[in-house]
Ligand binder design. Structure first.
Ligand code: 2IT
Length: 445
């Protein structure tokens, strides 16, 4: 039998100074512990001990030159966490906050998320502490090429398939894929999120935000409620937030906030026009990390150095980065009557926030379920690449919707409590865990 406290204490001892990894492991362990303790095969197979140890961690040096001709050194990583369900799969993050602990938490989460998608993908994550803010296009290209010069030794279309994440969009994927192709003479789609003309899938850029909205629509419907007319707070202004505001608008809801490191925008008319969406993309692409200019452009309100969770809304969608919504923010949302929280960033809510939502019976969708649409369409991009064809928008969107529906159904199946309340976090963890654990047992050790 596993005892959660003893087990987590041992994980902490073995992984010092990795608070995000411990947070993610603890959150999963607490919700699956009964399933593990009730199953003799999981106990005999020491399944939890095996799940908190990544298969492999690769770190490497990234040397590059800035526009002033100065030599720069960053650290690159790839965490190949678990490949029982398929090749390691997960994004690359370029952000100054990146540490090994960050990438271990992300790869751990990715393993269960990918399991939920129903597609054959294992879990991995990579990145660097490189900060894209203020970098020129030439600097981005030099960094990406240097990063890939090392990374290419460890990845491949059947072994490990990276993609974008924070700080890595289509441009960076292009630079990295170009270098990979040059070194390997190989055009088999080793990265997803590629450009449309060279193997990318339609809807991949929008998929994370689209998927989160499809998932949210199902959550709302399951309550006998309607999505149309809901007011929504979104944080972030990058790729994920962009997909989310577009789909929310299409489905009849109104997104009234977006945010950046400088503060948040309150746009009571809604972030609901092509012009506003295009402006978001341009703001993000400028590499300045600010949203304030949106306020002047569209006559909206800018609130400096604050988070959007103080705006009264029906639904909240954290779409920026881990732990962006804390216990205090959660209390404010609950006080303002928010009924649904859809974590669209990975572990966007702190453990305290999660507890506040649970106690207030707020319906809370965890990132590994709600944001799985991005990696799901990455999986569909891999399929298209191996078949050497490309599907239409209708085909990809139909598949994405079906996958999000299946994830929602899995969460409800495993997360429904005796009084009918759906604990989506518990449901997602148990459903994601079962597949991975059973495959590990099938394959032996
Ligand atoms: O967190 C994520 O799921 C992603 N960054 C997407 C990963 C992928 O392989 O598309």
């Amino acid at each position: 039998m596993y005892d959660v406290e003893t087990f987590i204490a041992e994980v902490e001892r073995k992984n010092p100074a990795q608070p995000e990894f411990i947070q993610a492991v603890k959150e999963v362990t607490e919700t699956i512990i009964d399933v593990v303790n009730d199953n003799p095969a999981y106990l005999h197979g020491k399944i939890l001990d095996r799940l908190v140890e990544p298969d492999r961690i690769i770190t490497f040096k990234v040397e590059w030159e800035n526009d002033n001709g100065e030599v720069q050194v960053n650290r690159g990583y790839r965490v190949q966490y678990n490949n029982v369900l398929g090749p390691y799969k997960g994004g690359i993050r370029f952000h100054p906050s990146v540490t090994l602990g960050t990438l271990k938490f992300l790869a751990f989460e990715q393993t269960f998320k990918n399991s939920l998608t129903t597609l054959p993908m294992g879990g991995g994550k990579g990145g660097s502490d490189f900060n894209p803010k203020g970098k020129s296009e030439n600097e981005m290209r030099r960094f990406c090429r240097s990063f890939m010069t090392e990374l290419q030794k460890y990845i491949g279309p059947e072994t490990d398939v990276p993609a974008g994440d924070i700080g890595v969009g289509a441009r960076e994927v292009g630079f990295m894929y170009g270098m990979y192709k040059r070194l390997k003479d190989d055009h088999t789609g080793v990265i997803t999120g590629k450009g449309r003309n060279w193997g990318g899938s339609v809807i991949r850029p929008e998929a994370t935000g689209f998927g989160a909205m499809y998932f949210a629509e199902d959550m709302v419907k399951a309550q006998g409620d309607t999505f149309e007319g809901k007011t929504i707070a979104v944080s972030g202004f990058g790729n994920v937030a962009w997909g989310a505001v577009m789909k929310a608008t299409e489905l009849g809801a109104k997104v009234v906030t977006i945010s950046g490191p400088d503060g948040y925008i309150y746009d009571p008319d809604g972030v609901n026009t092509e012009e506003k969406w295009r402006y978001m993309v341009a703001l993000r692409a400028s590499n300045n990390d600010v949203v304030e200019p949106y306020a002047k452009q569209f006559g909206a309100k800018f609130v400096p150095n604050r988070k959007p969770w103080e705006v009264p809304v029906d639904m909240a969608f954290p779409c920026a980065i881990q732990n962006e919504l804390n216990g205090e923010d959660a209390k404010t949302l609950v006080k303002n009557g928010t009924k649904y929280v859809v974590e669209t960033s990975n572990m966007g809510c702190t453990a305290d926030a999660y507890t506040v939502f649970k106690n207030a019976r707020v319906l809370f969708a965890p990132g590994k379920a709600a944001n799985a649409g991005g990696v799901a369409v990455s999986g569909l991009e891999m399929t298209q690449n191996s078949m050497k064809l490309s599907w239409t928008e209708e085909e990809v969107d139909e598949k994405l919707q079906r996958i999000m529906k299946e994830i929602h159904a899995s969460c409800v199946r495993e997360g429904r409590e005796p009084d009918g309340f759906v604990n989506y976090a518990r449901g997602a963890n148990i459903a994601g865990f079962r597949k991975v654990a059973d495959a590990m047992l099938d394959m032996g050790y």
